[in-house]
Write a protein that binds this ligand. Structure first.
Ligand code: NAD
Length: 292
């Protein structure tokens, strides 16, 4: 594969995504603010970059996987950023979860420079990134989507063009709403079952076989039972996503009452110092509400 990829943001998701691109034969030049993270993927065969221009200069495709809208603006739009240094005709795929409006802004700025972009946020968590089976929700033009298909196919399994620029982010916001409500429901059920003295593991197994079953329950069961809340997906990032979905829903006049409640609950966990924990730590919040 001759496509050269510049990859920016080597966190919990970005690092295994780079590994999958390398395994598929892509040449990857990688940058993160944290040099230790760059060093780690260099050990896997990536070229290390010490700046954005260095990561972008020779790239056909640039992928960004950073926390939120401010970092995407900084990395792609600001002086010294991706749009300033990518070659004309290059392709930028932003896979971070950000506000749909930022993706639209990025697309406008890119069009002015003759650069193609897609918003392509993902779902499937760290495990989905490691296994290369992410669900990828894409916004942008069909032609660009088709050009990006081989790269996206290396990272994910369910890859869908959802509509114009920003649509991928809108769908990802809906994804986060469903996930947050689902985890909260699991957390409440767990505390209720624990306090009732029922065998929790047996209960979760039978629940997972019925209509209450879910990917959340399957993936989070072991860590909830073990009380292991290492991230995974940080509460801080989930709080950011609940802000995105409540704002975006307000902009279109959609009611998201459970989403608004979850924004509050996830926010309260952050205030209690749990922002760096996995979002399954919502069960800690329920325990506190239950007087534990
Ligand atoms: P993370 O905090 O583990 O990693 C983010 C990385 O971006 C860090 O290594 C950080 O140093 C780097 N970074 C931040 N600002 C930068 C900048 N200006 N230039 C270069 N690098 C910069 O986060 P993550 O869990 O990998 O999540 C990344 C994105 O993917 C977020 O938008 C998140 O919402 C989304 N996401 C995460 C998961 C998950 O399960 N972790 C799942 C789906 C989507």
């Amino acid at each position: 594969e001759h496509t050269k990829i510049g990859f920016i943001g080597l966190g919990i998701m970005g690092t295994p995504m780079v590994r999958n691109l390398l395994a598929a034969g892509y040449r990857v030049t990688a940058f993160d603010l944290d040099p230790a993270r760059v060093k780690s993927v260099v050990g896997d065969g990536a070229e290390g970059a010490s700046s954005i221009p260095e990561a972008v200069r020779d790239a056909d495709v640039v992928i960004t996987m950073v926390p939120a809208s401010p970092q995407v603006e900084e990395v792609i739009l600001h002086e010294g950023g991706v749009l300033e240094h990518i070659r004309a005709g290059g392709l930028v795929i932003d896979m971070s979860s950000i506000t749909p409006q930022t993706s639209v802004d990025v697309a406008k700025a890119a069009a002015a420079k003759g650069v193609q972009v897609l918003d392509a946020p993902v779902s499937g968590g760290e495990a989905g990134a490691v296994e290369g089976v992410l669900s990828i929700m894409v916004g942008g033009e069909r032609e660009t989507f088709e050009a990006a298909a081989p790269v996206l196919g290396t990272l994910g399994r369910t890859i869908v063009l959802c509509g114009p620029h920003g649509s991928g982010q809108t769908v990802k916001a809906a994804n986060q709403l469903i996930v947050a409500v689902n985890i909260q429901a699991v957390a409440e059920a767990v505390v209720f079952l624990e306090k009732s003295g029922v065998d929790l593991e047996a209960a979760l197994d039978v629940l997972n076989g019925g209509l209450a079953g879910s990917t959340v329950l399957t993936r989070k069961k072991e860590s909830i039972l073990a009380g292991d809340f290492r991230p995974g997906f940080k509460i801080d990032l989930h709080h950011k996503d609940m802000g995105i979905v409540t704002d975006a829903a307000r902009n279109v006049g959609a009611a998201v009452p459970a989403g608004a409640l979850l924004a509050q609950l996830v926010g309260s966990l952050r205030q209690q110092g749990d922002g760096g924990l996995d979002h399954s730590a919502l069960v800690r919040g329920v325990r506190r509400l239950s007087g534990e």
